[in-house]
Design a protein around this ligand. Structure first.
Ligand code: IPE
Ligand code: IPE
Ligand code: MG
Length: 263
């Protein structure tokens, strides 16, 4: 399994372009309402935006894109909307997987998938298998996902797999049992739609991510909007608990090493 640096136990590598972008795609309902359309029309348009976002991430050199599609709390929505969202998920899997395969995208779905219908579960498994060999972009869709669920699920695995160490478990024990051990922690977290909250998304993994909020509603979030988010990210100084002065020394050191390596 790939090895990634933890933001709390080590110092992750910081690159100008975020390696991993995680997005809460919010604002579909309002986008539709502004156009006097039913909410589902916003979700339909939202799927198109996902397609564009995947393309834009590949162009920008982003390696991991994680999208919040359905939260563990979204079951509380009207039954009609939930069922339309499930249908959309099914049709997106049926129609898009071939394209993902062709474009070198690996698809992963995280969340408590047991609550989905058998057809959807089968499609998810088939899509993951069909794209497993791809590595240009790893697209993770969080469905029936909750950050608290993720942590408790990992704890329960730990209790089963390492009961002898109970009372002495560490972050390093928990991390590989969380939902995304195949990805580095997100560098950039984006939420569209104007709300400034985490809504139970990746609670553990976002510990040191840079946050970016935009009023733009998800169906209107295009390649330029993504570029703007990346530009904002590039103006940040990621300190991981250190001082600004330490960062400056580190950066000079890195450049020194690069020169030595003749790059
Ligand atoms: C996000 O858009 C999509 C899902 C949660 C499935 P919303 O449906 O939450 O849109 P708003 O927030 O009501 O505008
Ligand atoms: C968060 O959006 C979940 C997804 C985008 C899938 P919500 O629209 O459900 O979040 P809240 O309810 O406004 O916090
Ligand atoms: Mg919303």
């Amino acid at each position: 399994m790939a090895f990634f640096k933890s933001a709390t136990r080590e110092l992750p590598e910081v690159r100008p372009v975020p390696r991993h972008v995680a997005i809460i795609m919010d604002g579909n309902g309002r986008w539709a309402k502004q156009r006097f359309l039913p909410r589902v029309a916003g979700h339909v348009k939202g799927v198109e935006t996902v397609r564009e976002a995947v393309r834009a991430c590949i162009e920008q050199g982003i390696e991991y894109l994680t999208l919040f599609a359905f939260s563990s709390e979204n079951w509380r929505r009207p039954a009609e909307e939930v069922s339309r969202l499930m249908q959309l998920f099914v049709s997106a899997l049926e129609n898009e997987v071939k394209k993902l395969e062709r474009n070198g995208v690996r698809l992963k779905v995280i969340g408590d998938l047991g609550r989905f219908g058998a057809q959807l579960q089968r499609l998810i498994q088939a899509a993951e298998e069909a794209t497993a060999g791809n590595s240009r972009l790893v697209l993770t869709v969080a469905a029936n996902y909750g950050g608290r669920w993720d942590i408790v699920h990992a704890m329960n695995r730990l209790a089963k797999e390492k009961p002898e160490a109970a009372g002495e478990w560490t972050e390093a024990d928990l991390e590989p049992r969380l939902s995304m051990p195949y990805a580095p922690e997100p560098d950039l977290f984006i939420r569209t739609g104007g709300e400034e909250r985490v809504s139970n998304f990746l609670l553990w993994q976002l510990a040191y991510s840079e946050f970016y909020f935009t009023e733009t509603l998800w169906p209107a979030f295009d390649a330029d909007a993504l570029k703007e988010a990346i530009a904002s990210y590039q103006r940040r100084e990621r300190r991981f608990g250190r001082t600004s002065e330490q960062i400056a020394v580190q950066e000079t050191g890195d450049r020194g090493q690069e020169t030595e390596a003749g790059r």
